[in-house]
Design a binder for this molecule. Structure first.
Ligand code: MF3
Ligand code: CO
Ligand code: CO
Length: 318
C-alpha cells in the first residue's frame, strides 16, 4: 500500500480555504482502447507541417501587402494586393466571409485596435496601420500581423514609434518564455509590465488563440494577467500571441456600427504584433517568422522566468 499524502502541504503561499484536502497519489493514468478514436489535443507532425506551410505563405503575403503602404494608398487597394498574393499561393484569405467579415485582410489604422475593414480612405502621412493576414492553405490556417508607420511624419513621432516597438517587444518577450510546461497564464505576466513601463496599456477584450484546422480554437491566449487563463504548454500545441497595446493607460475598446472595427475608447493610437507559434520539445518555433520558421531553445529563459515569478510571489510584491 503506497503512502497517501497531501500534495499541496509544502506549497509556499498556498492555503486551503476549508477543511477539504487533496489526497494523493492519483491512481495510474487511464488507458482507453486504441480502437476508440482519440480527440486531438496536440497536432500530429503532418498537422504541424500543414500549419507551417500556411504560416510561411501568410508571412510572404504580409510582406507583399506591407511593401505597398504609402500615403495615398487606400486600404481597399491593400486588400486587393492581399487577394492577389493569396491566389498566387493557392490560399484562401481566411477572414473573407468569416462570421460575415466582408474583406480578406484586417487593416487597422491609428486608434483602431483590430478588425479594421479595408475601405476607400487613402492612408495619410502620419498614420500608423496594422496589417493582419490569415491564409488558409490545404486545410490549415496561418495567422500573423504587424504595425507600420505611414510616411515620414509617423516615422519621426516618438510616441508612435515607441508604441509600435513596444508591441513587438511584448510579443518577443512572451515568445521567449514559451515551451513545454509553461502555464499559458504566464504570457500576460510578461507582457503587461513591459507595456506599462513604456507608457502603453494592454487591450483585454481581444486575445490570441489556438489555430490549425480551425481559425480560432482553444486555448484562449490572454495578454494580461487574469484568472481566466488556464492550461500548460505542451509539444505540438499551436497558437498565436498577438498583444494589442494602446498609447496611454486606457485599455478599453468600443466597436464601430459595422460590428467589426474595434477602436480605443479615448481615440488614442493602438498597435499590435502577432505570430503563429508551435511548442517544441525544447521551446518554441515561430512558424510565421520573418525569413522563415525559426526554432528557439527557451529552456534557460523559462527557468529564469519561473524563478523570478516565484520570488516575487514570496516577497509579496505580486
Ligand atoms: N486575424 C485575426 C486574428 O488574429 C482575426 C481576424 S477575423 C476577421 O485572430 F474576421 F476580422 F478577419
Ligand atoms: Co491575425
Ligand atoms: Co490571430
Amino acid at each position: 500500500m503506497t503512502e497517501l499524502y497531501d500534495p499541496f502541504s509544502d506549497v509556499r503561499g498556498f492555503r486551503y480555504t476549508g477543511s477539504l484536502r487533496a489526497v494523493y497519489p492519483l491512481s495510474p493514468k487511464t488507458r482507453i482502447p486504441s480502437s476508440i478514436r482519440k480527440p486531438n489535443y496536440v497536432n500530429s507532425p503532418e498537422e504541424q507541417q500543414g500549419v507551417r506551410t500556411a504560416a510561411v505563405l501568410a508571412r510572404e503575403a504580409l510582406e507583399i501587402v506591407a511593401s505597398h503602404i504609402r500615403p495615398g494608398v487606400t486600404t481597399d487597394e491593400l486588400d486587393k494586393v492581399l487577394v492577389q498574393a493569396a491566389i498566387e499561393r493557392k490560399c484562401y484569405p481566411s477572414p473573407l466571409g468569416y462570421h460575415g467579415y466582408p474583406k480578406s485582410v484586417c487593416t487597422s489604422v491609428n486608434e483602431v485596435i483590430c478588425h479594421g475593414i479595408p475601405d476607400q480612405r487613402p492612408l495619410a502621412d502620419g498614420d500608423i496601420i496594422n496589417i493582419d493576414v490569415t491564409l488558409f492553405h490545404e486545410g490549415f490556417h496561418g495567422d500573423l500581423n504587424a504595425t507600420y508607420t505611414v510616411g515620414e511624419r509617423a516615422k519621426n513621432d516618438e510616441a508612435l514609434v515607441r508604441l509600435i516597438r513596444t508591441a513587438r517587444e511584448c510579443l518577443d518577450k512572451a515568445i521567449n518564455i514559451c515551451g513545454p510546461g509553461m502555464p499559458y497564464a504566464e504570457i500576460g505576466h510578461v507582457i503587461k509590465p513591459h507595456a506599462e513601463a513604456n507608457g502603453c496599456a494592454v487591450v483585454r477584450n481581444y486575445t490570441g488563440h489556438g489555430i490549425g484546422r480551425v481559425f480560432h480554437g482553444a486555448p484562449t491566449i490572454y495578454h494580461h494577467p487574469t484568472r481566466k487563463a488556464y492550461g500548460i504548454m505542451k509539444p505540438g500545441h499551436i497558437f498565436t500571441i498577438e498583444p494589442m497595446l494602446n498609447l496611454g493607460t486606457e485599455w478599453r475598446d468600443v466597436s464601430w456600427p459595422d460590428d467589426w472595427t474595434v477602436a480605443t475608447v479615448d481615440g488614442a493610437p493602438s498597435a499590435a504584433a502577432e505570430e503563429t507559434l508551435l511548442i517544441t520539445e525544447t521551446g518554441v518555433e515561430i512558424l510565421t517568422a520573418k525569413g522563415g520558421p525559426r526554432k528557439i531553445d527557451t529552456t534557460e529563459a523559462r527557468e529564469a522566468h519561473l524563478k523570478a515569478r516565484a520570488e516575487r510571489r514570496e516577497s509579496g510584491s505580486e
